[in-house]
Design a protein around this ligand. Structure first.
Ligand code: NZQ
Ligand code: ZN
Length: 379
């Protein structure tokens, strides 16, 4: 087993306690709130009204920044920081999916400094303080609600980067599965792919503690068990709740106990697709994972075989990759670039982009030759 450190201070409130618990939770940090949300789903489905009722009846002062995009961008983070500084807010409240929460995390850093927030994303600057962040999750996928990571795009520099820092842990995250009932079928599927991909990124990281492998397999198996039921019954609260918990557990640290961390090579591949083609995050991963596994089928044969044993009752490497790919396809997530209409010259642009941004994993390094092979395998 390798050396490792564990820390996770997030208070998780799972269920429909928001009405009673949100006000007291926020009051600990102040009365002046910066509410961050996306492009409209929270208003359309009534979550915004529910939260505003709590805030207005609790006497909070609220400034709003809306319009955060899926695959969020640094320009919105900068604009929200400006607003929050003008309004002298005490606490940031994120209402949305991973894009809203990730933006809110970097906003909470930006509020405490004159440093441009992109400097944090490139790891050139190190934050010293953050405005307290509380989140209300509306989409089960990223695990951002219980981790210290944020991923933001910058179209000027041509990068989608992840930043990890303990200051990014939300103080409290509210997970009410009722708030996910409206997530459309495609994003429900992308969320399931994402949580499985997080489990796999950890699994292929350095270190192989058997108990952690078992946690990881349990999360993936649970998600695979609920996925078809949920996708055929999007308004089933019990199915939603199970997937929501799976997604949080897949990236709150427990799949990295006894490990150096995850590999994250597949996420690096997927982020470039999102940056270039605005591909939803989960969709980019269902395209990238099969290719990555095929590239590593000799170097990681033992790990892939163990995965096959646990998930698909086979230790055959090719069959394991085929079955995982078939699962992604079965939930309606693309498994080839052609399915998202990326073809021809765009393929060499991806290779060039992979070279430019040195796409690689933490444990399994990817060479320029691998980039070419991976793009061929994805096409
Ligand atoms: O913008 P609105 O109108 O809110 O619509 C969103 C968006 O179009 C919609 N949506 C969210 N909740 C909904 C809903 N629609 C109906 N009902 C609801 N309850 O869903 C769309 C996608 O939302 P988004 O927040 O972009 O999705 P997700 O949660 O998958 O977040 C993806 C982002 O998180 C990053 C990804 O790279 C991507 O940028 N990630 C963050 C991680 C982290 N912080 O740990 C790890 C992940 O690997 C990932 O990289
Ligand atoms: Zn992910």
């Amino acid at each position: 087993m390798v050396n490792f450190t564990v820390y996770n201070p997030v208070r998780l409130v799972f269920g429909n306690q928001i009405k009673d618990e949100l006000g007291p939770c926020l009051k600990k940090f102040g009365m002046n709130i910066l509410l961050i949300y996306g492009k409209g789903s929270v208003k359309k489905y009534g979550y915004y009204n529910q939260i505003m009722n709590v805030l207005t009846s609790g006497g909070f002062k609220v400034s709003e920044f809306s319009g955060i995009k899926p695959n969020p961008v640094i320009d919105d983070v900068r604009a929200a920081v400006k607003l929050g500084k003008e309004k002298k807010v005490d606490v940031v409240l994120a209402l949305g999916g991973g894009s809203v929460i990730d933006s809110a995390k970097i906003i909470s850093l930006g509020l405490q400094t004159e440093i441009d927030p992109w400097e944090f994303m490139t790891w050139r600057a190190h934050p010293e303080k953050a405005t307290p962040l509380v989140t209300i999750l509306t989409l089960a996928a990223t695990g951002s609600e219980m981790n210290a990571a944020a991923v933001i795009q910058n179209h000027e520099t041509g990068e989608k980067l992840g930043f990890v820092n303990e200051l990014l842990f939300p103080k409290t995250s509210f997970l009410n599965p009722e708030f996910t009932l409206s997530v459309p079928k495609n994003y429900t599927a992308f969320g399931i792919v994402d949580l499985i991909a997080h489990s796999l990124e950890s699994y292929f990281g350095e270190g192989e503690p058997s108990i952690t492998d078992s946690f990881t397999f349990s999360i993936i198996k649970d998600a695979m068990r609920w996925a078809p039921k949920l996708l055929n019954n999007l308004d089933n609260l019990e199915y939603r709740a199970n997937i929501m918990l799976d997604a949080t557990l897949a990236l709150n640290g427990i799949t990295s106990y006894g490990k150096k961390g995850g590999d994250w090579g597949v996420h690096a591949m997927g982020h470039e697709l999102s940056l270039m083609f605005d591909t939803p995050h989960g969709a980019s991963l269902s395209i990238a994972y099969p290719a990555w596994l095929k590239l590593h089928k000799k170097t990681c044969s033992d790990r892939i075989s163990k995965l096959g044993d646990a998930l698909f009752d086979t230790s055959d490497v090719d069959e394991t990759i085929e079955k995982l790919t078939a699962f992604f396809a079965s939930v309606g997530s693309p498994v080839k670039l052609s399915e998202i209409n990326v073809n021809g010259e765009q393929l060499s642009e991806i290779v060039a982009q992979y070279h430019r941004n040195k796409v690689s994993g933490m444990h399994h390094k990817l060479s320029k030759h691998d980039h070419q092979t991976l793009v061929t395998l994805m096409s």
